[in-house]
Design a protein around this ligand. Structure first.
Ligand code: GMP
Length: 236
């Protein structure tokens, strides 16, 4: 099947893709870090830019919010030639020791039964870990560049407004460090479809610090996001 949402043509998506939720972040990465950046798809705000970083082709793509939107974009990026997709996103902290905004190198993703992955694989659990070698390489690159980071698994949840104090306690007790919405879908599809995956999320809010409960937006996250973007582009 050919892509039904992204309008990029074959050859216009790089083998290496940075995937982000926010179109403003995609624009920032393309304008600030890619040489000769070209907008190759803009249907439904699912922007895809392709350009060069240190002489190598890289695309930055918007996956939207939540598993269903992200699954469509990851599937279509793969159809268009992506072989590695790294998510650069945001998350809500589930730990007192993880402040806002701070980066987390994601080592795995839990998810609830059902949802988009339940349709791909009814009554069974998919493997939702990122590529281990790529992930350790990202962590090493961050250390070498003196970008402080946390490390741990996230819960990829579909219902933003159903995240209560109990929700935070439940998932923190089970080892998760943050909540976001797309990593499980990315990692599962990577193993199913044969592309490498990884993810770094920057905390934009906290479920355990009431003074940080409101989401930080693009401009407020920009200084940390830019440091993380540079380290991540170097790593991939
Ligand atoms: O605001 C929702 C978007 O940002 C989604 O794409 C999530 O991946 C991410 N996100 C950032 N903070 C949170 C949070 O506290 N809860 C959830 N569900 N998603 C978050």
């Amino acid at each position: 099947m050919k892509p039904q949402h992204l309008t990029a043509k074959p050859g216009e998506v790089a083998e290496k893709v940075l995937a982000v939720g926010d179109p403003a972040r995609a624009k920032m990465v393309a304008e600030k870090y890619l040489e000769e950046a070209k907008l190759v798809s803009s249907n439904r705000e699912l922007l895809v830019y392709t350009g060069k970083y240190n002489g190598e082709e890289v695309s930055v793509a918007v996956h939207g919010i939540g598993g269903p939107s992200a699954a469509i974009v990851f599937e279509e990026l793969r159809m268009l030639g992506a072989k590695l997709i790294v998510r650069l996103g945001t998350a809500g902290s589930l730990r007192k020791e993880i402040g806002v905004p701070e980066p987390i190198v994601v080592t795995g993703a839990s998810y609830y039964e059902g949802g988009v992955l339940g349709v791909y694989s009814p009554n069974t659990c998919l493997s939702t870990s990122p590529d281990p070698i790529l992930t350790s390489h990202i962590a090493k690159t961050f250390s070498q560049r003196n970008v402080n980071y946390h490390l741990g698994p996230v819960i990829s949840n579909d219902a933003f407004y159903a995240e209560s104090e109990n929700f935070a306690e439940y998932w923190a007790k089970r080892g998760m460090v943050a909540v976001e919405m797309e990593c499980a879908t990315l990692f599962a599809l990577g193993w199913m479809r044969g592309f490498k995956t990884g993810a770094v999320v920057v905390t934009a809010d906290s479920l355990v610090d009431p003074s940080k409960k409101d989401l930080l937006h693009h401009e407020q996250l920009a200084p940390v996001m830019e440091k993380v973007t540079e380290a991540l582009l170097d790593a991939i």
